[in-house]
Write a protein that binds this ligand. Structure first.
Ligand SMILES: NC(=O)c1ccc[n+]([C@@H]2O[C@H](COP(=O)([O-])OP(=O)(O)OC[C@H]3O[C@@H](n4cnc5c(N)ncnc54)[C@H](OP(=O)(O)O)[C@@H]3O)[C@@H](O)[C@H]2O)c1
Length: 320
């Protein structure tokens, strides 16, 4: 099939495009920068340059590709987040831009897809920090979102909800929203690279276990997330799918294992009140209250099976 990947140069796009090519698809990869066209070519795709927030440029780029399937992997999260940003993630410029890419950017791709007669759209959503913070530790796609998220996460929650609704309700084709777990592996924030965004604070012991460390996180290796996406390009009913590993686990379990895999000393422990003071309400909730996600639907309906079924194996062997 002809597949148009918006965000071909991002961490997921770079893992996805070669998998699509191996599966026999003809891929066109979108980037904002003329200078990244060689990167897109090296992945096996034809590059096209367009700004996702410019509706005419997107329409033209998509029209030139005439795709059957469009994939939205646009985020703007690669900027450095400071401690101040962690207190107020809603003010972080990358988060504000990501919200625009999930709303305006999504709309432009949908309009362009409809105009060229595309029949399928697959878009990036997230599983983390989304679910109501009551009840059991692991949630499915049928479970409700947090009706009262920490104030700092509210705008992101709204943008994600907007994207999921927009994609899964198209009438001119099949729309699938993939709620990825936290990425780890080469090119992500959790990798062996010296500049990996999340690995840095863990190595410096600035990523502590807060309170009882009861926040449940769902992880997924970047290559497994890409594999699920390649499958979703080819089949699966419209709807949302959690793309996470088999092993949602509380921070107190996975963080020491990750620290050890990164060659760091064990994480410190700090009380909730101190975390609230230092890092704010949203970060504290992420460390103590959030719920994980179940991948049963993706396994059942997409036939996807993560190669790294658990972060236990993935942190040991797949950090890259
Ligand atoms: N679930 C998760 O855990 C998750 C999800 C996403 C990201 N992250 C993390 O966030 C960090 C950064 O992610 P990333 O490396 O994918 O980088 P990124 O800077 O977020 O960029 C992602 C993609 O979006 C494209 N893009 C952004 N704005 C655009 C615009 N206005 N027009 C066209 N394209 C646009 C970029 O293309 P060009 O730059 O080529 O224009 C790139 O291909 C990584 O550490 C990653 O692990 C985590």
């Amino acid at each position: 099939m002809k597949v148009f990947v918006a965000g071909a140069t991002g961490v997921l796009g770079r893992a996805l495009v070669p998998q699509l090519v191996v599966r026999g698809h003809e891929v066109v990869g979108m980037t904002r920068s003329a200078s990244k066209q060689d990167l897109v070519r090296s992945l096996g795709a034809r590059p096209v340059v367009a700004d996702a927030l410019d509706p005419d440029a997107v329409a033209q780029a998509v029209a030139s590709a005439e795709p059957e399937v469009i994939v939205h992997e646009l985020t703007a999260l690669s900027g450095k987040m400071t401690m101040r940003d962690a207190r107020h993630p809603e003010r972080f410029s990358g988060a504000i831009m990501t919200n625009r890419l999930r709303t305006e950017g999504m709309d432009h791709l949908l309009a362009a897809g409809r105009a060229v007669g595309a029949r399928r759209l697959v878009a990036q959503s997230i599983a983390a920090f989304r679910f109501a913070r009551t009840g059991g530790p692991v949630r499915t796609e049928a479970d409700p979102f947090d009706p009262n998220p920490p104030a700092a996460l509210r705008t992101a929650q709204e943008a994600i909800l907007y994207l999921e609704r927009a994609v899964t309700t198209i009438e001119w084709g099949d729309g699938l929203a993939l709620r990825y777990g936290g990425f780890y592996g080469p090119g992500t924030g959790i990798s062996l690279a010296p500049d990996a965004v999340m690995a840095g604070p863990i190595r410096k012991r600035r990523f502590p276990i807060v309170g009882d460390g009861g926040g449940v996180w769902s992880h997924v290796h970047i290559d497994d997330a890409a594999a699920a996406t390649a499958i979703a390009v080819e089949h699966g009913q419209p709807g949302v799918y959690n793309i996470v590993d088999d092993d949602p686990a509380p921070v107190r379990e996975w963080l020491p294992v990750l620290a050890s895999a990164l060659g760091a000393k064990p994480p410190r422990r700090i009380p909730r009140w101190l975390a609230r003071l230092a890092a704010g309400e949203a970060a504290t909730a992420m460390m103590t209250e959030v719920r994980g996600a179940s991948n049963a639907k993706a396994k059942r309906e997409l036939g996807w099976k993560p190669r790294y079924a658990s972060w236990r194996q993935g942190f040991a062997q797949g950090l890259g």
